[in-house]
Design a protein around this ligand. Sequence first.
Ligand code: URA
Length: 193
Amino acid sequence: MGVQEDLDELKELCEMCENCSLCKTRTNVVFSSGVPNNKLMLIGEAPGFNEDKQGEPFVGKAGQLLDKIFESVGLSRQKNIYICNTIKCRPPENRDPLPEEKEACRAFLDAQIDILKPKIILLCGKVALTSMLDIKSGITKVRGQWFEGPYGSRMMPIFHPSYLLRNDSHEKDSPKWLMWQDIKEVKRVYDSL
Ligand code: URA
C-alpha cells in the first residue's frame, strides 16, 4: 500500500477510536491537514473549539497566524507541510491533555510519523515538546534547537502560535522575533533536503 492509502486507513481507525473519554465530548476527530510528504511535519497540541467543529487542525486564530508565519518563508500547508496534533480530540474547555489521553492517542501519532518518515518535525508548543522529547527544559530554553528524531529526522521545538498571539511585540528577542529566526532556520534546512 502507498502512503496515502496507509494514512486513509489510519484516519478511519482514528475516527472510530474510543480509547479515552474525549470520544464522548468530541464533535469530530481531528486527524491532519496539509500535504502528506516526507519533508516537513508539524505536531501541535490538541484541537480547539474551531478544529473540533471543522475536523481540521489549526483553523482558528492560532492556525491563521501559523499559516502567515510559514507563508513568510514561502511554505504552505497546501504545498509543503503535514500538520497534526499530539492528541486528536478536543479536551473540554481546551484544558491541557491529560497523561492518559496522550498515552491513549500516542499510537496514532507514532503511526503518522512511521508512515510519512518526515525529515523535519516541528514540535509546536510544550505539549508536543514534552511528548516527543525527554527533557525538563521549557520551550523558551530549547526552541530553535535541533534534536535527533525518529527515523533519522531532525526535530525542532517552536513556540505555539497561541503564545505569540498573547505577545504582540515584534522587537528583537521578543517571542515573535524568535519565531521568525526559527522559521528561517527551518526553511534553510528544508531547502537543503
Ligand atoms: N492548537 C493546536 O495545538 N492545535 C490545533 O489544531 C489548534 C490549536
